[in-house]
Write a protein that binds this ligand. Structure first.
Ligand SMILES: C[S@@+](CC[C@H](N)C(=O)[O-])C[C@H]1O[C@@H](n2cnc3c(N)ncnc32)[C@H](O)[C@@H]1O
Length: 342
């Protein structure tokens, strides 16, 4: 499924400089912080290289979708000299779903191996993330159960039911022990810090009206995290489209708590993002003509929003059905956008 469409119009953005002292007579001073607001982006000839377009399940002048194991495809992108500006993704959560594909991440019998697989993946993202770029990772937590395959009729669990999950086994009696909240998101973030990433925020995604957990001795979970990582101290960030607008016209930074209703699922994908959740990451950290990458693209929410916002996008997923679903969404969007330009 390969097609070619006209390039869509890029919406120019005008980043707000870090402070009024960044300006010199109305123009930006030549400082590292200000230089990060004007990053170079990957040339179109690199994005449209023949071998990349051939390897993709979908390719046009603004979007590339790859079917494959994330680490394999990231190596291919690095070899091709692609550099992206914003990576936004929701990897599989630990022990939550079976995506029905070999080499999937998320069902490792030891949670440490899950964190190691994520670390390895994001280490491979590092060479293709521009030095001014940002990485946003959505992760939720998991309780160890140790009770064997679950039998309850709880709606949330039966929707995900796939026999014994890793957390249903006895565990090591330490952090893998019944009733334990594994603290996976923060263990992951600390491991990322140790690997050299800068943690800028542990944004909390607050879910209004979640399905209550069937428990009697703890609070019902209603949040996940969206970590913001960077490689360098100075990076591209434009708060104007996402900040809090004051009556004076000043724009304050957005808050680190985001109240966003969960997605109801997208087609056959039951764990998709809602566009609202990826709006802030994409709009604040992708420069004009920049590239958004989702290494666990699923039904394609991030690559679709990137496209709608005038950016280029790259998606990777191991499940061919999801790749085809994302390709369908992008190609109908590409046709709509081409129609609008006529
Ligand atoms: C939480 S979902 C992502 C959903 C996506 N954000 C959306 O809006 O649809 C995680 C995705 O990771 C994919 N996946 C799991 N293991 C993978 C691997 N080793 N390589 C590439 N993709 C993988 C699954 O097929 C699944 O679509």
């Amino acid at each position: 499924m390969r097609m070619s469409v006209q390039a869509d119009a890029v919406t120019p953005t005008h980043p707000i400089p870090p402070s009024s002292s960044s300006l010199d007579g109305g123009t930006l001073k030549d400082t590292p912080a200000n230089r990060a607001l004007r990053p170079l982006t990957t040339p179109q000839e690199v994005f449209e290289a023949r071998h990349l377009q051939k390897a993709a399940v979908y390719a046009d002048s603004k979007t590339l979708l790859f079917h494959g194991e994330v680490r394999d495809v990231l190596r291919q992108l690095a070899d091709a000299g692609v550099e992206v500006d914003c990576i936004v993704t929701s990897p599989p959560f630990y022990g939550q779903r079976d995506y029905g594909v070999e080499r999937q991440i998320g069902l490792e019998s030891d949670p440490r191996d899950f964190i190691a697989a994520l670390l390895e993946t994001f280490e491979l993202c590092s060479p293709i993330l521009r030095s001014t770029g940002s990485l946003w990772v959505n992760l939720g937590d998991t309780y160890w159960s140790g009770k064997g395959a679950h039998k309850s009729n709880e709606i949330k669990q039966s929707a995900r039911r796939f026999g014994a999950r890793p957390q249903d086994y006895p565990g090591d009696g330490k952090w893998a022990r019944p009733k334990q909240l594994l603290l996976i998101p923060h263990r992951f973030a600390i491991a990322m810090q140790d690997a050299g990433w800068l943690v800028r925020n542990d944004n909390v995604w607050v879910k209004p009206n979640p399905i209550p957990d069937q428990v009697r001795d703890r609070c019902s979970m209603s949040h996940e995290y969206v970590f913001h990582f960077t490689k360098e101290r100075w990076y591209y960030f434009d708060r104007s489209p996402v900040g809090r607008k004051m009556p004076s016209g000043r724009v304050l930074p957005p808050l680190d708590t985001w109240v966003v209703p969960p997605s109801k699922g997208n087609g056959s994908h039951r764990a998709s993002f809602s566009e609202e959740l990826v709006r802030l990451p994409i709009l604040s950290t992708t420069p004009p003509d920049g590239i958004v990458l989702d290494p666990f693209n699923g039904s394609g929410t991030s690559t679709v929003l990137a496209r709608k916002s005038g950016f280029r996008g790259i998606g990777i997923d191991l499940n061919l059905d999801y790749c085809e679903q994302a390709a369908k969404a992008i190609s109908s969007l590409a046709n709509d956008l081409t129609g609008d330009e006529d």
